[in-house]
Each structure stands twice: as structure tokens, then as C-alpha cells.
Design a binder for this molecule. Structure first.
Ligand SMILES: [Zn+2]
Length: 145
């Protein structure tokens, strides 16, 4: 896949992340936790779909965003990420898109400013914005000349 990811592929990416987040939420309830699940799915240049889940830790700073797994897999397979979506799921609210945090934006930036990041629309819909759209003035533009 060298062209822009298709809309059906991006819709499928959202469904994949939502289903995994819902499964994580169900697992959470099963172990007596809060019923919240967070998962991410990423589409790579070759068309592979990589998934990951939020990793809880005893210290907040040791937790890992759900995007971390797909980002590591993309580096391992040398297959750059073209699009990424992260979804929080609860039984009350269903799926909510969480745009990549600042740290994940830094990690995704190595794949280029044209990486598509899912963002939530006010009406509950989802759209994809480029990383460059989310970060019009990244720190590295000051040093690249
Ligand atoms: Zn993050």
C-alpha cells in the first residue's frame, strides 16, 4: 500500500480498535476493575493491521499508551505506519476516539507528517487528520532549517 489508505480501510481500522477496546473492557469487568478498555489499531504501508492495548502499571508514568504496541511492531517489521486510531470503550459510552497523545505523536512522527490520526468529531463520528495537521509547528521544524 503506497497510496493514501482507503476510507473502507480506515473504517475497518476503527472497528478493529473498537472491538479490541470492548474486549478489554469486558476483561476488565471480569477481573473486578472499572469496565474501561483502551485499544489502538494501526495500518501500515504494506496494508498490515497492527493492534495494541493500554498497559496499566503501578506508577502512572510507567503505563503505556495503546499505540505503543503497533509502533513497536512497525519498527520491528520495518513497515511504516500510515494511519492510527485509538479507542476508549465503556459500557455506558461505547466507543470514543482518543487522538494520539503528545508522546505518541512524537513516536508516530518518525513515519512522516502524512500519517493519519483518528480524531473524534462532535457528533460522535470519526475523521482522520494528518499528523502535520495536528502539529503545524513541531519542534523539529526549528532545527531542520
Ligand atoms: Zn500516547
Amino acid at each position: 500500500m503506497t497510496s493514501e489508505p482507503s476510507e473502507p480501510a480506515l473504517d475497518a481500522l476503527f472497528r478493529t480498535a473498537s472491538e479490541l477496546a470492548a474486549a478489554e473492557a469486558e476483561h476488565s469487568v471480569g477481573v473486578g476493575e472499572d469496565g474501561e478498555g483502551v485499544a489502538a489499531a494501526a495500518l501500515t504501508r504494506s496494508g498490515a493491521v497492527l493492534v495494541g492495548v493500554w498497559v496499566e502499571a503501578m506508577v502512572d508514568s510507567a503505563c503505556l499508551c495503546a499505540e505503543t504496541g503497533p509502533i513497536c511492531d512497525a519498527h520491528r517489521t520495518r513497515d511504516p505506519i500510515r494511519a492510527s486510531v485509538c479507542v476508549r470503550w465503556t459500557s455506558d459510552q461505547g466507543a470514543t476516539v482518543l487522538p494520539a497523545c503528545g508522546v505518541c505523536q512524537e513516536r508516530l512522527a518518525v513515519f512522516g507528517g502524512d500519517v493519519l490520526i483518528a480524531v473524534a468529531l462532535g457528533d460522535g463520528g470519526v475523521e482522520y487528520a494528518t499528523l502535520a495537521d495536528l502539529r503545524p509547528h513541531p519542534w523539529w521544524s526549528a532545527v531542520e532549517g
